[in-house]
Design a protein around this ligand. Structure first.
Ligand code: GTP
Ligand code: MG
Length: 362
């Protein structure tokens, strides 16, 4: 999964990026304006470590997430001369847009709007995403309408109809997250990667002095803004960036002193998984303990397919233990003795924390 940080200039995007992916590999692309920094991060999962204690495997593999320091928004929508070309392509790449909103006060750091006002910035950036989608829709609609008219082609007509529905919704200044679409319509527009349809995480970047009331602020903003495919997480980017530089022991002590129970990375990943409806299942043996990410509701063969196509094609059965029961008895053999092994077929819906051994035939 890719998570892209967007937000107004100087809102703290790079600081958040550094806080969650301190040891990232730098990669630079293209002109300075379009420069995107990327970092791949292992998804922290205590269960993987615990399983490793049982199996003592040669290799441990965590799920991974890619963070992108995208930027690419200005919070300005009044500019009617804006065209499709002004929308940075990198904005379309992440599955989740994480909007970093400045809530910290600091006289030395100028705010592009002249004052710190998270509500205004949240609304402006949302409008900008909607406006960008509107521009893309108009461009495409013009082209496809002509094509539908000239050729009478059915698929062109269907696309035109869908885009008209999209356009009307955007004209009412609503994000596409809220637009109800049939499966067919959703498929038609999928390729456009509309920005206001992507799940959005609002990252409220609070000042150091606000850490004691961070949970309260988080709640307050979540009440205002969270909803379908949108959620809020409050962090203090500056302090988190400092914490990420410490070694593990000092980190825990420092976090305790600050009254922080969860790192920014943990918060961000948890919220993103929830937004995307993702869960984790586990596999393990002497060779490897591995965490796998799948969408909630995935059936056993498709879950197996994440490991290898052959596992899906040749799927026979899944032997499943719940992680908790496996840990309770300390080994597969003991858990099995206590009747905790389940044999599941191709309609089984995999659950978060399932420990699975796939039986397949190639
Ligand atoms: N006091 C305080 N300063 C912060 C905090 N987060 C970021 N800053 C400062 O704000 C300034 C801008 O932060 P960046 O992370 O560079 O912001 P950005 O959004 O990446 O900026 P651009 O890429 O230039 O648009 C830096 O000087 C940071 O140190 C915070 O939580 N508290
Ligand atoms: Mg930056």
């Amino acid at each position: 999964m890719k998570i892209g940080f967007i937000g107004l200039p100087q809102s703290g995007k790079t600081t958040v990026f550094n806080a969650v992916s301190p040891h990232h590999q730098e990669s630079h692309m293209g002109a300075a304006r379009m420069e995107v920094r990327r970092g791949i991060v292992k998804v922290p999962d205590e269960r993987v470590w615990e399983l490793a204690k049982i199996y003592e495997p040669k290799k441990i593999t965590f799920a991974e997430i890619e963070f992108m320091d995208v930027g690419g928004v200005s919070g300005k929508t009044g500019d009617t001369s804006r065209t499709e070309k002004d929308i940075p392509p990198a904005l379309r790449e992440p599955e989740v847009l994480a909007h970093v909103v400045r809530a910290f006060r600091d006289e030395i750091i100028p705010h592009p709007e002249g004052s710190v006002d998270p509500d205004r910035d949240i609304e402006n950036v949302e409008s900008e995403l909607i406006f960008n989608d509107f521009i893309s829709t108009e461009v495409r609609l013009e082209k496809i309408s002509r094509q539908a008219r000239l050729s009478g082609d059915e698929s062109a007509k269907r696309e035109m109809k869908t885009l008209e529905k999209v356009k009307e919704h955007l004209e009412a200044e609503k994000p596409l997250r809220l637009l109800e679409l049939t499966a067919d319509e959703a498929k038609i527009i999928k390729g456009f990667q509309f920005l206001s349809r992507k799940p959005k995480l609002i990252i409220l970047n609070v000042g150091e002095e606000d850490i004691p009331r961070m949970d309260k602020l988080n709640k307050e903003y979540a009440e205002k803004y969270s909803g379908k495919d949108i959620d809020v997480v409050a962090i203090c980017a500056k302090v988190q960036a400092e914490i990420s530089e410490l070694d593990e022991e000092d980190r825990e002590e420092f976090m305790q002193d600050m009254g922080l129970t969860q790192s920014a990375l943990e918060k961000l990943i948890q919220k993103s998984y929830d937004l995307m409806g993702l869960i984790t299942y586990l596999t393990g043996g002497e060779k490897e303990v591995h965490a796998w990410t799948i969408p909630e509701g995935t059936k056993a063969p498709q879950a197996a397919g994440v490991i290898h196509d052959d596992f899906e094609k040749g799927f026979i059965k899944a032997e499943v233990y719940s992680y908790d029961e496996l840990m309770k008895y300390g080994s597969e053999a003991e858990a099995k003795k206590h009747g905790c092994l389940r044999l599941e077929g191709k309609d089984y819906i995999v659950k978060d924390g399932d420990f699975i051994i796939f039986r397949f035939n190639v």
